[in-house]
Design a protein. Structure first.
Length: 284
């Protein structure tokens, strides 16, 4: 039986580091297929999806996190949407002829829901040299005041066949001893490119964790699922229609028109007729 997508959370027994590793291969595959992402954009989208889950698991495991790559003026907008419980989805909008690549004018935005319900947003510029891993580390340092090491990889063959996707983030904890910090930095430098290991182990996050923690005693904190899905349903669609003006809704009912509405994330189609819309009029 092959690997399944999941996050592994662990901490060194001396309290120096917290580490999260992830396999996101099947999740990324589902998003690429749902969004019909072309081959030149697929790896970048995959890395963004992995990054969104890592941020949620580190900062807000029970809350929603979105990681967004965008440009100004508009050329593309890529959203990775990670929910508590592991549900993860994506949205890719690319203008004709545009290429999704990091660099000048391309910003990584991270939006997460705080426990009091407020939104925390951070923005960081991107650099092709450091890739999304570098942008994620810069975000954690400047927006969250967390020193970290991030490693992301997504290997795509053909049009959008995901061979492996995953990554890790290592968080330096307050009070870490200098010797432990130096040792972890040296360890991270020995596998700066995690791609060969992901390919060799089918993205096994336990294997990646063991590699990172080779010279440390550590304890597992938890294993959480990660999967592609969508939280759209007919009730949500009707809720969106309820925001339309009463006159517009009455016209739809009187015409007998059946609305065909697609979810932008999963492409599921909802057919909404007069019998579903009429109760909206009664409630107004």
């Amino acid at each position: 039986m092959g690997q399944t997508d999941r996050c592994i959370r662990a901490m060194t027994n001396d309290g120096s580091f917290r580490v999260i590793t992830i396999r996101s291969t099947d999740t990324v595959q589902g998003i690429l297929d749902a969004q019909e992402v072309s081959s030149e954009h697929a790896a970048m989208v995959g890395d963004l999806v992995t990054a969104s889950v890592l941020v949620r698991e580190m900062m807000s495991p029970g809350m929603r996190v979105q990681a967004i790559l965008s440009t100004s003026p508009y050329r593309f907008n890529v959203v990775a949407d990670s929910h508590p419980g592991g549900l993860t989805r994506g949205l890719v909008n690319v203008s004709e002829g545009a290429v999704v690549e990091l660099g000048e004018g391309v910003v990584l935005q991270v939006v997460r829901v705080l426990y009091n319900g407020e939104l925390h947003q951070g923005f960081i510029g991107t650099d092709p040299q450091g890739g999304l891993s570098g942008a994620l580390m810069a975000y954690m340092e400047r927006s969250e005041q967390i020193t970290s090491i991030a490693m992301l990889s997504c290997v795509v063959e053909g049009e959008r066949e995901v061979r492996a996707a995953g990554g890790a983030i290592i968080q330096l904890l307050p009070g870490a001893e200098e010797g432990a910090v130096a040792l972890m930095a040296a360890r991270a430098g020995t596998f700066e490119d995690i791609t060969p290991g992901l390919l060799a182990t089918d993205g096994d996050p336990e294997a990646l964790l063991a590699q990172i923690m080779e010279h440390f005693d550590y304890s597992l904190l938890g294993v959480n699922p990660v999967f592609n899905g969508c939280n759209c349903d007919q009730a949500r669609v009707l809720g969106a229609l309820a925001s339309m003006g009463r006159e517009e809704l009455e016209q739809i009912v009187s015409s007998g028109e059946v609305l065909s509405i697609n979810c932008d994330y999963c492409a599921r189609n909802y057919s909404i007729g007069a019998e579903q819309i009429r109760p909206l009029l009664d409630s107004n």
